[in-house]
Design a protein around this ligand. Structure first.
Ligand code: FBP
Length: 457
């Protein structure tokens, strides 16, 4: 903000005779010593820190003015915020700067803004869950909750296709994100953890993209207000021709060149390496949206400024530290794990791994929370699978693939429990499960040396 403007603004604060609370600061000035508080409250507003209620609109107007005006300074596709300068780069401003230098990203801009809007809404729903009685299980229309004091047990919790109880917020978040994506008109197919079948959007069949998402990951933690998140992935749709033929035939079996029957939801069953974008939004002490557009684009993070209601750039170029000192896995299942995995975790716990440092355990039980911490601090997160659940608990299409794509784009690594690449697994169904490890590149390589000793020795 130009210095003349600053001076004008301070003058504006000092001489304003209006009847609103600005009198307060003026009054404050007259009564030293709270002058520092006056400076703090108002200059904070001036600098966009904004904890002086009256300055909010003024602040939003100022930031908005800046947002629309100046192009974002990008260095190697990474938006730069000058040292000490507060970020006034909102998600909207960042995306419009990207599009101004690469028109082919225009559709992705629209998609990302809709995803962000949905995440803002879900963030509010999650934050106010207790206040709005949105905690607890989704029940059937009869409305009596199973096991409730009333004892009318007929009604039972609704379950998704994986047989998991659906939380009220699972269903609500699913509705919010599904509609936000549908209304972009840029997606012909959607797959969600909370939808039994893939959703074909007739009005946008020949769209360039399809999307996959877990609307509220870690929802088993929601009633305890522990962090949860939304996970999403966007894929290019290489089956537009097929889907148009499907529309013509009105039959779900369309023959491809090899006369094989190809379902109209084929575009959703692509390996993670084909993702055009992926990310998550974490609902915790802050609401943070982290995503990548792949290619030469960074992994980038925006924090929701509750005052501006805008996602503001806070993590311009997220890189996973090469090595960490944390492991994040549900050790409650360790007795069911393969020996190689038990051996690896045992070694790093005792400080007998490659670094000879003892690793500490950190496990929230919400993939988004555990992956976000791993992205920032390094180390390794895993859902390894075990003798009871060979393929683990996580879903390949809308949990493992989008998160592995993101972590690898940030310089980290990922693998399955047999040491293979998560991103090369070709899904056979939308809800198939997969084992999944991801984190610091050196930690993932060390793990792989236990999983596939023959390859690494
Ligand atoms: P959903 O809520 O989307 O079903 O999430 C699955 C999840 O809660 C992940 O967030 C988490 O990493 C994992 O399951 C926890 O699994 P476990 O109960 O085996 O520790």
């Amino acid at each position: 903000m130009p210095s003349t403007f600053r001076l004008l603004y301070v003058a504006y604060l000092l001489v304003l005779p209006s009847g609103d609370s600005f009198r307060l600061p003026f009054k404050d000035l007259l009564m030293p010593p709270p002058s520092s508080r006056f400076l703090k409250t108002n200059l904070n507003g001036f600098l966009g820190l904004g904890n002086n209620n009256n300055n909010k609109q003024e602040e939003a107007r100022l930031v908005q003015e800046v947002n629309l005006g100046d192009p974002v300074v990008m260095i190697n596709n990474v938006p730069t915020v000058a040292q000490g300068q507060l970020s006034t780069i909102t998600l909207q401003r960042y995306l419009s700067s990207l599009v101004s230098s690469d028109e082919s990203l225009r559709e992705m801009e629209g998609l990302m803004l809709s995803i962000a809007m949905a995440c803002k809404t879900i963030s509010t729903l999650v934050n106010r869950a207790g206040i709005n009685q949105l905690t607890g299980l989704e029940t059937d229309v009869m409305g009596t909750r199973s096991g409730s004091q009333s004892g009318k047990g007929k009604n039972k919790a609704k379950k998704n296709i994986q047989g998991e109880d659906q939380k009220k917020l699972d269903v609500l978040s699913n509705g919010v994100l599904k509609n936000a994506l549908k209304f972009t008109g840029k997606l012909g197919l959607l797959a969600s953890e909370e939808e039994d079948e893939a959703l074909l959007i007739e009005s946008a069949l020949d769209s360039r993209y399809v999307a996959v998402f877990d609307p509220l990951d870690g929802s088993s933690n929601i009633d305890a207000s522990i962090c949860t998140g939304t996970i999403f992935g966007v894929l290019e749709d290489d089956t537009v021709e097929l889907k148009n033929e499907y529309k013509r035939n009105n039959d779900d079996c369309v023959r491809n060149a090899d006369a094989e029957c190809v379902s109209s939801t084929e575009a959703l069953l692509q390996p993670g390496s084909q993702l055009a974008a992926s990310g998550y939004c974490m609902y915790s002490s802050s609401t943070i949206l982290v995503f990548t557009l792949g290619g030469s684009h960074p992994v980038i993070g925006f924090t929701l400024d509750p005052q501006l209601g805008e996602f503001v750039l806070t993590h311009p170029n997220m890189r996973v530290p090469k090595r960490g000192t944390y492991y994040s896995v549900n050790e409650g299942n360790s007795w069911l794990w393969d020996a190689s995995i038990r051996h690896y975790i045992d070694k790093i716990k005792r400080g007998e791994g490659e670094t000879k440092k003892r690793y500490s355990s950190r496990y929230v039980g919400s993939m988004v929370g555990d992956v976000h911490r791993t992205l920032l601090y390094g180390g390794i997160f895993g859902n390894p699978g075990d003798v009871k659940h060979r393929n683990g608990k996580l879903r390949l299409v809308y949990e493992c693939s989008p998160m592995s794509f993101l972590v690898e784009q940030a310089g980290g690594g990922s693998c399955t429990s047999d040491g293979g690449s998560v991103l090369e697994v070709v899904p056979e169904s939308v809800h198939q499960r997969s084992t999944c490890w991801l984190g610091s590149i050196e930690d993932v390589q060390e793990l792989k040396s236990y999983l596939t000793p023959e390859e690494t020795n």
